[in-house]
Write a protein that binds this ligand. Sequence first.
Ligand code: GDP
Ligand code: GDP
Length: 462
Amino acid sequence: MPFTVVIIGRPNVGKSTLFNRLAGKRLALVDDTPGVTRDWRSADGHVGGLSFTIVDTAGLEDVFDDSLEARMRRQTEQALERADVALFVIDARTGITPLDRHFASWLRKGRTPVILVANKAEGKAGLPGILESFELGLGDPVPLSAEHGEGMADLVEALLPFAPKDEEPEKAAPATVALTEDGLEIPVGDQPEPEEERLRPIQIAIVGRPNVGKSTLLNSLIGQERVLTGPEAGMTRDAIAVDWEWRDRQFRLVDTAGMRRRARVEDKVEKLAVADGLRVVRMAQVVILVVDAGQILDKQDLTIARMVIDEGRALVIAINKWDTVDDRAMALRQVEDKLESSLAQAKGVSVVTISALKGKRLDALLDAVLDSYAVWNRRIPTAQLNRWLEGILDHHPPPLIDGRRLKIRYMTQVKARPPAFALFVNKPGDLPDSYQRYLIANLRDSFDLPGVPIRLALRGGK
Ligand code: GDP
Ligand code: GDP
């Protein structure tokens, strides 16, 4: 039996959008028979290798005509009874409303486990709402964007404890199978134990312009084996994953399908490569941007790098075809110059020179991936953060505005993956951008957060 996940929340927070994303199609199995009291929409849901029944309660508000609270409560009560776990969705952009609070307090008393989901969390606008949602007392929120498909890996992690351990009948084929000479498919490696973080695959994407050596790199990484990949349950229809292990760590390369497609059809339109890359990037935790040593970090490389950062992924840059470079010192200087002048958002990003063809420095590349993943996951204790903040305010206070000093009160890390912080200021609008950039740069240095996007949200009040 698959487990059942119900989506609940007040109207307009994005329940249907999330439902459609998990169901993997638009308006899946909508039960909308006229004249019949509308039932819940339900469908087979898939995400990151998990399969479940997904139930949406959106729209039930319209059926009754008493108070919204009463209607929602009834809707919720019935759906909860059937579910193994509930996704309680809030809108990170509007923040917590009284109705959210009301239902949170009610849900806390219920028996069904609740995962708090802060939707619409793409970009910076959601940070204050994510922070606020901690107050609901439902544990750490899972920030995601149902519309853009961000945060799905975190959602999978939150759902994993509720997935039945022995779902044999539903169990998907192993993610990776090798083809023996006589055509037999044999599993390569088992699915990781959900409990153990170390065994959970790190989701990697390899992106870059055509012909930089992405396919060659993939083949080298997985050891030249002829690996046959198959679509795995839970991934979008045309996505393909390859799993492999290196030094006791599991890696999963997401969406090599897009890559192969690109390799086959010579991509002449630059924009296409970027758009295709975006889809891949959103499924990954760490993104390896492959660039050609003969044409280091050109405009399109930088566009892709910025997109990776904007999407909140950890970035590692692989300078490939290093075997063809004569003046290596000069090439490295070029890389540094380019990064400094054009990629300030990812200060300290790892750059690894490799030869995918000759299998050179691939260990260094995977080391960089692991480091970058660790930084991306890092959580800084609030006490340390505020000691640091005090030091900053002593030595470099924000500038005076109309002769008055802004009051910066407190800072806390709202989430990791990537690290995001909230800063409490009496007048957020008055804190200059330059000072925010200074804070981020100093934070990056002081807490050793190279190469990952750092987000800062300002909050006013109290
Ligand atoms: P429901 O009433 O809770 O089912 O909400 P819907 O799924 O109908 O979404 C309400 C509105 O929020 C729609 O306009 C969606 O396009 C929008 N929305 C849903 N998810 C996101 C998201 O992740 N980010 C943003 N910015 N908007 C979203
Ligand atoms: P993709 O389009 O990014 O997947 O690129 P491919 O992996 O198909 O590689 C494009 C070309 O670059 C092929 O001819 C590869 O043999 C060559 N290539 C890839 N990696 C290297 C490398 O490290 N050194 C050299 N000299 N050539 C490479």
